[in-house]
Design a protein around this ligand. Structure first.
Ligand code: NCD
Ligand code: ZN
Length: 335
């Protein structure tokens, strides 16, 4: 069995910077493009910094054709700044982080009312707002508690292009159905694992991420929504590499590194459920239609011959451990 995908997109990707960028960028090059997260140290806040980062990503990708949809770290801004961002080549949207909620998000927003003027202008300018939707409550309840904020945003700014990033709960899916003006991304790991896989037996730090994996019924609902071709649910890997030493450590950093396994594993899952015909929508068409994207034309063919996943990827003095390290995946990319 095989499937050829047209211009697959990863709608939420962390590529980092420096040597880590050089190591990880080529490992996402089977995608035609990606929405690039801005949570560097310091975060990418200005169009100038964004363009410089974009150029470093382009260099790290080498010859691979890859459309970079760049994001800026959300801070309250006026119309001139927003217009400047919108007119910067490569700019896609703003990523809003609640202050301190995840890796390098200390400069985020602590009260959504601070963002009101900015969001009004973004609505007018049709600038997408991507949100890391977690409260500071109990870790299993954070996403559910944040749904009130999404509801507020979707109601108060009805024309805002709002994305719930990396949703992990059945409740978030219900909100998606309630508000036709919201879209959402979901990761590979949240279609597959639950909290049990992370911490139910021996602790598995490479599966630890924010938002944390939830309950079986959440995972099942997300998987069903993806397999059934929900038109506003898009693949966003949230592939978030950290050095091996920061994952296999006391105080393990949050993030699952899925870039190199994402497409083969998605093909395996969709094929196992007889839903290969929905994969194109999930990994490209839904996003292209919703945002009006035109990524580079590129095809990738996947087939049901196994991929042996390396125990780690290392170069430029960096080492990262992917999901399924040392294991075999049922599908692979045809080279
Ligand atoms: C991400 C990271 O490491 O940058 N970590 C994660 O667990 N997902 C940040 C994020 O998207 O929350
Ligand atoms: Zn992320």
């Amino acid at each position: 069995m095989e499937i050829t995908l047209n211009s697959p997109l990863d709608m939420h990707l962390h590529l980092r910077d420096g040597d880590m960028l050089k190591l990880t960028a080529p490992l996402s090059a089977d995608f035609a493009g990606a929405v690039i997260m801005p949570n560097l140290v310091p975060p990418v806040r200005t169009p100038a910094a964004m363009q410089e980062y974009d150029a470093r990503i382009a260099a790290a990708m080498g010859a691979a054709a890859f459309t970079r949809y760049m994001t800026l770290f959300f801070t309250p801004q006026g119309e001139q700044e927003l217009l400047a961002a919108k007119n910067t080549p490569g700019f896609f949207g703003f990523k809003l982080y609640p202050a301190g909620i995840t890796t390098n998000s200390e400069g985020g927003i602590s009260n959504i009312a601070q963002a009101d003027t900015t969001l009004r202008i973004m609505e007018e300018l049709e600038i997408p707002l991507l949100v890391h939707g977690e409260s500071h409550g109990f870790v299993m309840d954070r996403e559910q508690e944040f749904l009130a904020v999404y509801r507020h945003l979707a109601t108060r700014y009805p024309r805002l292009r709002l994305s719930m990033e990396h949703i992990t709960t059945a409740a978030a899916l219900q909100l998606l159905d309630e508000f036709p003006n919201i879209c959402a991304t979901v990761t590979l790991q949240h279609l597959i694992i639950t909290l049990d896989d992370v911490a139910g037996g021996a602790l598995r730090p490479h599966l630890f991420c924010k938002p944390i994996a939830k309950r079986p019924e959440d995972r099942d609902a997300l998987l069903q929504a993806a397999l059934s071709g929900h038109p506003r649910l898009m693949f966003g890997s949230d592939s978030a590499p950290h050095p091996r030493s920061r994952k296999e450590a006391c105080g393990c950093a949050a993030g699952v590194f899925t870039g190199p396994v994402a497409l083969p594993k998605l093909a395996e899952i969709f094929a196992a459920h007889g839903a290969l015909n929905q994969l194109q929508s999930f990994v490209s068409d839904n996003a292209c239609r919703w945002y009006g994207l035109q990524p580079v034309q590129k095809t990738v063919t996947l087939q049901d011959t196994p991929m042996a996943v390396p125990t780690s990827y290392r170069s430029y003095g960096e080492q990262v451990v992917p999901m399924y390290a040392g294991e075999s995946i049922g599908w692979s990319v045809v080279r």
